[in-house]
Design a protein around this ligand. Structure first.
Ligand code: DLL
Length: 434
């Protein structure tokens, strides 16, 4: 089944005509309504009228996460605030997160692209979707919800956590599709076994998973444990949320919804555009978004684009699954974490040195984050009670900063190696590239 055959199977020449028309419109709208874009285009000496072909997009300046942060909270909106009907923010950051605003029409687009993806997974009106993504400022919950309702599925908006209850509901409500982050999916399957459930009896039709990096091995595990195919979902808050690219039954790359999001791959160092099949940083442009159109957003995600004939019949370009990032952002249990946020929390606390390490592991398939911090000599000579109190305080500060519970270990003074160049603070022991 294909949700929107006209858009998804369109002849490439025709699609390019549509893309250039939409690109011209969106650049004009951004230029006329968003001061940031007017300034940037003026500085680069580019006028919206200069965009005559798709290749001309390369003349436009990039947009970065910092640009979006600087326009906090509503500076990137291209419509009056009253036309914005929903807001989400990027996960993990307190202080100044990235705000994403949607008009009614943008929510329709979001529903449309997610409906296309869920249809790729084989979902239809007869399906019951258990959505374990968080409902809230994170885009995962609502994005999947809108798409599933557009398809006409029955949605169980259970959100994250309550793992035993998730299992009970899967069994009792006979959920036929579950949406998870890969690590949560594996944890869920483990708890299911512990609870004595025979996962074969669930009769799951499909698993949709995304929001963080994963390995082919993890996908196989998920499929084996739940006896159902697992399909990749990609997206990011800045551009919309989940639904930018999704996997079809081939399970070999994700179809990008090119009529709404224009993809490019650049060399992250030279910023030059790379050719098909070459791995680099994904850059995305909103072609149809009204509330907050973003032009040439540097996602920092590493992938390659491939335009090959797909057995599913869709002509939408495919991207490889994400295997890395160009910055130090980590995703821990689906939450975006920058080491600088941990540092910010540590600086608020007396009795510790500014030397730390972040260690991320995945025991039992669920991410664990440990922060090792050096105690000051004074603190270290104090009583155990003091040390325990400081440990708890750091854990609470980090929780406030990241929205994530971590384990803090206070280590002896001068035991964290000093670096002479760029400090290596993050030890991500999860493996993503196999
Ligand atoms: O994670 C949106 C989403 C929700 C996607 C639910 C899929 C399912 P953010 O929190 O803004 O948005 O994080 C975006 O997460 O730039 C990637 O680094 C990473 N990411 C998202 N999907 C995948 C995926 C949502 N399928 C950032 N594979 C992105 C690998 C992913 N990484």
């Amino acid at each position: 089944m294909i949700w929107n055959e006209e858009a998804e199977c369109m002849d490439q020449d025709k699609r390019e005509e549509l893309q250039i028309k939409r690109l011209q419109e969106v650049v004009k709208r951004a230029y006329e309504n968003v001061p940031h874009y007017k300034n940037r285009l003026d500085q680069s000496g580019v006028k919206p009228e200069d965009i005559k072909t798709l290749k001309d997009i390369e003349k436009l300046p990039f947009t970065t996460k910092d640009d979006l942060r600087e326009s906090y909270p509503f500076g990137m909106f291209a419509v009056p605030p009253r036309d914005i009907v929903e807001i989400h923010t990027s996960s993990g950051t307190t202080g100044k997160p990235v705000v994403s605003g949607y008009t009614r029409k943008d929510l329709d687009t979001w529903s449309e692209v997610m409906a296309r993806g869920l249809t790729m997974f084989g979902a239809d009106e007869d399906d019951i979707i258990q959505n374990t993504h968080g409902y809230g400022l994170f885009t995962g919950g609502f994005g999947v919800h809108y798409g599933a309702q557009k398809v006409g599925c029955t949605v169980i908006p259970i959100s994250t956590g309550q793992t035993k209850r998730q299992i009970e509901i899967m069994e009792d409500f006979k959920s036929s599709v579950v949406i998870v982050t890969p690590s949560y999916g594996l944890y869920l399957s483990e708890v299911a076994v512990e609870e004595g459930l025979d996962t074969k009896s669930l009769k799951l039709k499909a698993i949709g998973f995304g929001a963080e990096m994963w390995t082919e091995g993890m996908r196989q595990e998920l499929q084996n444990r739940f006896h159902a195919p697992a399909y990749n979902i990609y997206g990011l808050t800045e551009i919309m949320g989940p639904g930018i690219a999704l996997e079809c039954p081939e399970q070999d790359g994700l179809h990008i919804m090119e009529d709404h999001f224009y993809p490019e791959i650049i060399d992250p160092e030279t910023h030059e555009n790379l050719g098909e099949g070459e791995t680099g940083e994904l850059v995305l442009t909103n072609l149809t978004r009204q509330g907050m159109p973003i032009i040439r957003f540097r996602t920092k995600d590493l992938t390659a684009l491939r335009r090959k004939k797909c057995s599913c019949g869709r002509t939408l370009i495919k991207m490889d699954r994400i295997t890395g990032r160009t910055d130090d952002m980590l995703k821990v249990r689906g939450v975006a974490v920058f080491p600088s946020q941990v540092e910010k929390a540590l600086l608020k606390i007396d009795g510790i040195e500014p030397h730390y390490q972040i260690i991320v592991t995945r025991p039992q398939h669920l991410d664990e984050m440990e922060v090792r911090v050096e105690a000051s000599p004074e603190l270290f000579s104090d009583e155990v009670k003091e040390l325990v109190g400081t440990k708890k305080r750091i854990e609470n500060y980090i929780h406030d900063e990241l929205g994530l519970r971590v384990n803090v270990t206070l280590v002896e003074p001068k035991t964290i190696p000093r670096s002479e160049g760029k400090a290596v603070r993050v030890f991500d022991k999860r493996v993503f590239n196999n």
